[in-house]
Ligand binder design. Structure first.
Ligand code: SAM
Length: 341
């Protein structure tokens, strides 16, 4: 199998994602003589060979699906050598760096290769990823994984300290640079050399705002423009019905509306009316959320707080010991900028 294309049936040596449930997936490397243990009992790899991807496989105590790996599934199953980027941040990085087939991308550090797989999928078949990792063992494992995953032609994985030695690539050759390391600002000067000077894009990923400020300073010193920082937060859809009195909507008057005099139907009145209505709805919603959280407390459920400080049931960690059902949102700040020299 290869992350670079798709095929129908499983062969010996393939990386396969076992889907046991939305919160329970597992990656295996198919090896004829091996048996994997799953929540539903033993799974003989020889039983998978020749089976179509997407099929349902029966195990002694239940069933699972065998899936072709995508970067998103790999992110959920990658063996962690480091902290990784998740698909929420990755999607924003991909879009904001304007990655597309043919893009030349520099990435440091490689870490566990979670982002690398997503970048590769986007820039194939004509682009190239140069990824740098100064930890020798991590660099070696990443290289091996790229080979196993059939993408080694599209990626150059190098063991190198980019803060000290730069990227070692030609000047003006990269469409985008992504930095996920403790001091990205130390590599920015090298990034500015490697990037195309007419709109090359850079992104730095930092968990704390002081690091972000430092990156902004150094980005500007090195000629980058349009510097902006975003934070990607996951929120559950919060669907509710709110009642808006007719005068708030457009001042249509009849005997049921609150406003009878035309002169009172001003924009100011409408806004005030809308504010009162929203406040009433918020009060009702707060009562409902408190009630839900109380019953959640009784069920030993964790909850978190949303952006305006209201208690919400936690969407990552539902109960202790139970794996998360949604991927984490905020793990850091993403700073983007463009180079025009
Ligand atoms: N983005 C990666 C992923 O999604 O899997 C995770 C990157 S991890 C958080 C940061 C990596 O940067 C670590 O593996 C670390 O060894 C590497 N690193 C830190 N400083 C570096 C440097 N100056 N040059 C190259 N790699 C570096």
């Amino acid at each position: 199998m290869s992350f670079a294309n798709y095929k129908e049936t499983i062969e010996d040596g393939d990386t396969v994602i076992l889907f046991l449930g939305f919160d329970n997936t597992l990656s295996i490397r198919v090896n004829k003589g091996t048996t994997s243990q799953t929540r539903y009992g033993a799974l003989r790899h020889s039983d998978l060979i020749g089976v179509k991807y997407g099929s349902q496989i029966n195990c002694p105590k239940g069933w699972l699906y065998v899936l072709y790996p995508t970067p998103e599934l790999w992110t959920l199953n990658v063996p962690h050598r480091t902290q990784i980027l998740y698909s929420t941040d990755i999607s924003l990085v991909t879009m904001q760096l304007d990655l597309k087939p043919g893009s030349i991308v520099l990435e440091a550090g490689t870490g566990s290769g979670s982002l690398s797989h997503a970048i590769l999928r986007t820039i194939l078949p004509t682009g190239h990823l140069h990824t740098f990792e100064f930890h020798e063992q991590r660099a070696e494992i990443a290289l091996k994984e790229f080979k196993t995953h059939g993408v080694s032609d599209y990626v150059t994985a190098v063991c190198r300290d980019v803060c000290k030695d730069g990227f070692g690539v030609e000047d003006d050759m990269a469409d985008a640079v992504f930095l996920d390391m403790p001091s990205p600002w130390e590599a920015i000067v090298f990034a500015s050399k490697a990037l195309k000077k007419q709109g090359g894009r850079i992104c730095t990923f930092s968990p704390c705002i002081e690091q972000v400020q430092k990156s902004h300073e150094v980005l500007r010193e090195n000629g980058f423009e349009d510097c902006s920082t975003v934070e990607c937060l996951v929120r559950n859809f919060d669907v509710r019905t709110i009642n808006i009195p007719i005068p708030c909507l457009g001042g249509i008057e009849d005997e049921n509306t609150m406003l009878t005099n035309k002169s009172e139907s001003t924009t100011e009145n409408k806004i005030k009316c809308l504010e009162n209505s929203l406040q009433e709805n918020n009060e009702l919603e707060k009562q409902q959320t408190d009630k839900e959280c109380k019953s959640a407390d009784n069920n030993d459920t964790f909850y978190s707080y949303d952006l305006v400080g209201r208690k919400t049931k936690d969407y990552f960690q539902v109960k202790s010991g139970v794996p998360p059902t949604t991927m984490p949102g905020h793990t850091g700040y993403l700073t983007f900028a463009s180079l025009y020299l």
